[in-house]
Design a binder for this molecule. Structure first.
Ligand code: ZN
Length: 317
């Protein structure tokens, strides 16, 4: 089915937390969800980052929710171990995908889970967490999210120490949802390249969750990636569709080259779906469309996963 690429990587989904209280069995084709193993196999997905999203409504028991989601992650892995396996570093990703299985990486979305304590970060790392989205839209102990608007500050002192400790632990820093000031604080503190796992171009769609050209340029220069998201509101203010989504790829490619362009679907994290990219099995159509528009095989391969792999190999040693 269609062209095959080296590795297809999706940098973000909310599948772990899409069904509160119980994790959906990703082994079955889901009637309501956007991502499950049958769809990932049809979509040719080789590597998936699963986020444990700590909703603001769990603020007072963020760490407990986080541990519940981590438990769900491993229960799902155990139940579906013939098809998908957790990976903890680049070598693991290669071994798992080389054996024909999907490699799953565990992330936490919302630094609230750290409860302001670096020892919790280190324990989450020991539990297999390899990436943390420092904030969601609001303020937490690490810093301010984009939802704080014009008055948003950057990283707190604790947030800076989290970035340094994540560098030391070989964890991937995710700046999605973080305020612009926070982004530049990460840029000045982090000694490793970092990612916006799910965000798009502000120049094309002026949503606060999207990245300015200066941010995208920085990610390109430092070896980071932008995982372009399929959330309609981040793609186009009035006419979100596959065409508009590819516009974001064209925008970055024409200004900064393709090295930071990657995927971060946000499947199971949206209420409205992007026509043409409704679920994980749609990814081959995206690749075919890029090839049809004149992107080379190597460029499409990098966009579909090569750029993610370069960053993961650098950071998740
Ligand atoms: Zn998110």
């Amino acid at each position: 089915m269609g062209t095959s690429f080296k590795l297809v990587v999706d940098g973000h989904c909310d599948t772990l937390t899409a069904a509160p209280g119980q994790s959906r069995d990703i082994g079955q084709l889901s009637r309501h969800g956007q991502l499950d193993l049958p769809r990932m196999i049809n979509g040719g997905v080789n590597v998936q980052i699963f986020a444990a999203f700590i909703s603001p409504r769990f603020k007072d028991w963020a760490l407990k929710k986080c541990l519940e989601y981590i438990d769900s992650f491993y229960m799902l892995m155990e139940k579906n171990k013939d098809t998908i396996e957790p990976a903890f570093n680049a070598g693991g990703i290669k071994a798992i995908t080389g054996a024909g299985k999907i490699a799953a990486l565990l992330a936490v979305e919302g630094g609230e889970a750290l409860t302001g304590d670096l020892s919790v970060l280190r324990m989450l790392h020991r539990l297999g967490v390899r990436s943390i989205t420092l904030t969601w839209n609001g303020r937490n102990e690490l810093g301010d999210g984009v939802g704080e608007g014009d008055i948003a500050g950057g990283l707190s002192l604790f947030g800076r120490s989290v970035v340094r400790e994540m560098n030391r632990l070989d964890m991937l820093v995710d700046v999605s949802h973080l305020s612009e000031k926070g982004f530049w604080d990460v840029a000045s503190v982090s000694e490793q390249p970092f990612a916006a796992t799910h965000a798009n171009c502000y120049a094309l769609c002026d949503h606060p969750r999207n990245l300015t050209d200066a941010q995208i340029e920085h990610l390109t220069k430092t070896g980071g990636v932008v995982g372009l998201s399929f959330v309609p509101a981040f793609v186009h203010p009035t006419k979100p569709d596959l065409e508009a989504f590819i516009g974001h790829i064209d925008h970055i490619a024409s200004r900064f080259g393709i090295k930071c362009i990657a995927l971060g679907s946000d499947f199971d994290g949206m209420d409205e779906y992007l026509p043409g990219l409704e679920s994980a099995d749609c990814l081959p159509q995206l690749a075919e469309e890029l090839l049809a528009r004149g992107y080379s095989y190597d460029n499409v391969s990098d966009i579909m996963g090569g750029n993610w792999m370069r960053l993961l190999e650098k950071v998740l040693k």
